[in-house]
Design a protein around this ligand. Structure first.
Ligand SMILES: [Zn+2]
Length: 223
């Protein structure tokens, strides 16, 4: 009965693959062609922390120039909140490959009020909640934007770093509820400026360990 309703809805309201635009079948969130072109997770999808980074470890699902990267862009820049479930599943694959430390708490890089108004939803908050359900790791909002800044897109590495300084605040009462071991998720690791600034604030407020996980990572010669 439910599938009849779903089929009828598909006739009147056909759904399309958010990645390539092909018509979707049944309960698909992404078409089978796009699904099969999603890259396998690499055993090298790990970045060892270095001087100047406040997080302890960083893991990612795929390079930014990949099918995963294009799905992330679609989710982030066009209204496709339902893709969040699929992306939470991709995060889960990273957790299965590179396990978060025991007793971790999950949190996410928050977006500005302006972005929230433009998008209509907080894309990482949505993934964090879905990922929490799938992984069993509790999700808490630990960070908030306290200074509205320009978008990071198009800025140089140095500008990106200075642009995020003092941008984020920590919700200390929430942080005190945790074990102090934080899994911080974000969509894309470009220069690492945002996750590093968030990690810095979390560490300053008492977090003992911050592990960063992202869906995509812009590849550079340095890391
Ligand atoms: Zn597709």
């Amino acid at each position: 009965m439910l599938s009849d309703v779903s089929n009828a809805l598909d006739i009147f309201f056909p759904r399309f693959c958010p990645s390539c635009g092909k018509k979707l079948q049944d309960e698909q969130m992404i078409c089978s062609d796009c699904l099969s072109s999603i890259e396998q997770i690499s055993s090298k999808a790990e970045v060892i922390s270095k001087n100047g980074w406040f997080f302890n470890e960083m893991f990612y699902r795929a390079p930014y120039k990949s099918r995963v990267g294009s799905v992330v862009r679609t989710y982030k820049y066009t209204p496709h909140p339902l893709l969040g479930d699929f992306l939470a599943y991709l995060f889960l694959e990273v957790f299965n490959r590179f396990s978060p430390p025991p007793n971790s708490y999950l949190t996410y890089v928050p977006i500005t009020f302006k972005s929230l108004k433009e998008k209509g939803f907080d894309h990482m908050k949505r993934i964090s909640r879905l990922l929490s359900k799938k992984s069993g790791i509790p999700s808490l909002k630990l960070l908030e934007v306290i200074k509205q800044r320009d978008h990071q897109v198009g800025l140089s590495t140095t500008k990106r770093r200075s642009n995020v300084v003092n941008k984020y605040g920590v919700l200390k009462e929430e942080l005190y509820k945790t074990s102090g071991t934080i899994v911080l998720i974000d969509d894309v690791f470009t220069t690492g400026a945002s996750v590093n600034e968030c990690s810095k604030m979390l560490r300053r407020c008492g977090a003992s360990k911050v592990c960063v996980y992202t869906l995509a990572k812009v590849q550079t010669k340095k890391n």
